[in-house]
Write a protein that binds this ligand. Structure first.
Ligand SMILES: Cc1cc2nc3c(=O)[nH]c(=O)nc-3n(C[C@H](O)[C@H](O)[C@H](O)COP(=O)(O)OP(=O)(O)OC[C@H]3O[C@@H](n4cnc5c(N)ncnc54)[C@H](O)[C@@H]3O)c2cc1C
Length: 404
């Protein structure tokens, strides 16, 4: 279907949420213009593709929805209207086959974003959607919106506008959270943007940092308060990052903001009990150095050195029971949250109580919002993209019902 000219909408932000909204509107016969500040659309989506593009998750929908924590009830209608199965079917319609990995995560078979994005942009172009890049939204002027473009400032007076400006992680890809002030002035309540699925800062010793930055700690179990996760983390020069730590990031961030630090307890040998470990350690011939005893117990060099970085380090006990306890409960003090610039996603954003159920602003119901700029967070696992697709589509449907 091609667009008819008496129905016109502007979408600002050509990430997955904005593109999903554009598709719904254009399919309903709305003339859609997408503006984005970057020279190319969906830069963060393409970056996500470097990690294989985890599109969504195959677990039962009831479990899936719990991953959004406090935002579950707000996001649920949009996700039920565009479920993980719908997302997979949509990919297939674009000619992109998906598969379920061993963890239940869903990926495109090609494990990258560019073929999907190419097919999607071609579909949007076929629907008459116009994409204007290098066009940075700078705010409102009355009911008009203003843009900086290479040709100078431009003003649009749209009857309908949808913003999908993203959060504030990886700002060099286009989303930097600079929309907060204008939206606050427009009457929206915005919760401060914080890193989510982020790394954390640790004051490593020079020797550990220089030797082990970039090394993984594999198959460990991580605990902070009631939150726990198993998997892999990477030692960085400034601290620690990776899937297992991202999963704990809301709990760790909360403690750091409350008391300035957080203790991360790591079980470096989750498949053995403390008793089994102690017996293995004790079975080494007398005179074996502690380093060699740890190696014989299956503790990697990086994990063995991590024990010396623990709270209370660096000396290690000789007694097998004490050493085993330490391996099972190695407490690493985290000194802060790594900068949002390197986080996978953003917590905080436009609060749900500023929104009508159709994703329009209560303070300006001709303005709709979607994607990561809303106040929700979720772990990695495909939950981020699923919510961006779903809210983009829901906001577009809201706009259709309210304005067209
Ligand atoms: C390294 C990395 C890996 C990731 N991997 C995954 C993954 O595997 N699975 C998953 O579910 N999620 C993943 N994510 C998260 C996911 O990419 C984001 O949640 C998603 O892209 C957010 O979509 P969005 O449309 O809301 O915002 P964005 O994708 O951030 O798009 C916002 C758009 O708005 C534009 N914009 C911003 N401000 C302005 C302005 N003033 N004027 C005009 N345009 C503007 C930006 O240029 C950008 O194109 C990953 C993120 C990162 C950083």
């Amino acid at each position: 279907m091609t667009a008819s000219s008496n129905k016109r909408a502007i979408i600002v932000g050509a990430g997955p949420a904005g593109l999903a909204a554009a598709e719904v509107l254009a399919q309903a016969g709305v003339e859609v213009i997408i503006r984005d500040r970057m020279p190319n659309p969906a830069r963060k989506f393409l970056l996500a593709g470097r990690g294989g593009l985890n599109l969504t998750h195959s677990e039962p929908l009831a479990t899936f929805l719990t991953r959004y924590g406090a935002a579950q009830s707000s996001l649920e209608p949009a996700i039920r209207a565009f479920t993980p199965d719908d997302l997979r079917a949509w990919c297939e319609q674009l000619g992109i086959e998906t598969f379920v990995g061993s963890s239940g995560r869903v990926f495109p078979k090609q494990m990258k974003a560019s073929p999907l994005l190419r097919a999607w942009l071609a579909r949007l172009a076929g629907l008459g959607v116009k994409l204007v890049t290098r066009s940075r939204w700078t705010g409102w002027d009355g009911d008009a919106v203003t843009f900086d473009t290479p040709g100078g400032p431009q003003t649009e007076a749209p009857g309908a506008i949808l913003f999908a400006l993203g959060g504030a992680s990886w700002p060099r890809l286009g989303s930097d959270g600079s929309w907060i002030e204008a939206f606050t002035m427009r009457g929206a309540d915005v919760t401060s943007l914080k890193p989510s699925n982020s790394g954390f800062l640790v004051s490593w010793s020079d020797i550990f940092r220089d030797r082990f930055a970039g090394h993984p700690i594999k198959a460990a179990h991580f605990v902070h308060d009631a939150a726990e996760a198993s998997g892999e983390v990477i030692i960085t020069r400034t601290g620690i990052e990776g899937g297992a730590i991202y999963a704990l990031s809301p709990a760790l961030r909360h403690s750091i903001s409350a008391v300035g630090h957080a203790d991360l307890t790591i079980d470096l040998s989750p498949n053995l009990t403390a008793g089994e470990l102690a017996r293995k350690i004790a079975s080494a011939p007398s005179g074996t150095s502690t380093a060699n005893r740890l190696r014989r117990t299956g503790i990697s060099p990086v994990a063995a050195s991590l024990l010396r970085e623990r709270r209370g380090g660096p000396g290690l006990p000789n007694e097998p029971d004490e050493l085993a306890t330490l391996i099972k409960e190695c407490v690493i003090p985290l000194a802060g949250v790594a900068p949002i610039e390197r986080a996978i996603s953003t917590a905080g954003g436009i609060s749900w109580n500023s929104l009508n159920a159709d994703y329009s602003l209560k303070s300006d119901p001709r303005t709709f919002v979607a994607g990561e700029m809303l106040d929700w967070e979720a772990p990695t696992g495909g939950y981020l993209l699923q919510a961006c697709f779903a809210t983009g589509r829901a906001a577009a449907k809201g706009m259709l019902a309210r304005l067209f």
